[in-house]
Design a protein. Structure first.
Length: 163
């Protein structure tokens, strides 16, 4: 393997590993932009829960990584420059398709859809992870900012309830 081939493989692996860093849909994970942002809090009770799939990302990292790996692997097929070129082209196309599918599958997540009745009477649904082990009947705080999330209601009982 030449140094150029080795560098191409490393670049492709780096692109694919970036694709595996998918965002989580968590009640306890905030983006940098959300830190310090005002958020409105209301209270409610979980009425129902069910597992749902959140589709994977299509950032392009899988296409690029798979295309590079496929192109490098395909260029090693056959004898002569024409065969190597044809193999590289076919390998790049097949690798890009495979890389795209792999990225989507690797970054796919299972989350929970929570149906919550707020104290106002409104019924809402929120999809996120369930790291807190929330269950039907649990009291939750519904937090609204740039996105909505629910967390276990830990406010003391003597605090006012409601928005």
């Amino acid at each position: 393997m030449t140094m150029k081939t080795g560098l191409a493989i490393l670049a492709a692996l780096a692109a694919l590993s970036t694709a595996a860093c998918a965002p989580t849909h968590s009640g306890g994970t905030y983006s940098r932009a959300q830190a310090g942002e005002e958020q409105r809090v209301s209270r409610g009770t979980i009425l129902a829960m069910r597992d749902v799939k959140v589709e994977g990302t299509q950032s392009g990292a899988g296409v690029i990584g798979g295309g590079v790996l496929g192109g490098v692997a395909g260029s090693m097929l056959g004898k002569g420059s024409r065969a190597n070129l044809a193999g590289a082209a076919a390998g790049a196309v097949l690798g890009a398709v495979g890389g795209s599918m792999a990225e989507s599958k690797i970054t796919e997540q299972t989350s929970t859809e929570f149906t919550v009745r707020e104290e106002s009477g409104a019924i809402i649904a929120v999809v996120q992870g369930n790291e807190e082990g929330l269950r039907e009947g649990d009291r939750v705080a519904v937090i609204r900012g740039t996105r909505i999330r629910i967390v276990r209601d830990n406010l003391p009982a003597d605090r006012p309830r409601g928005s």
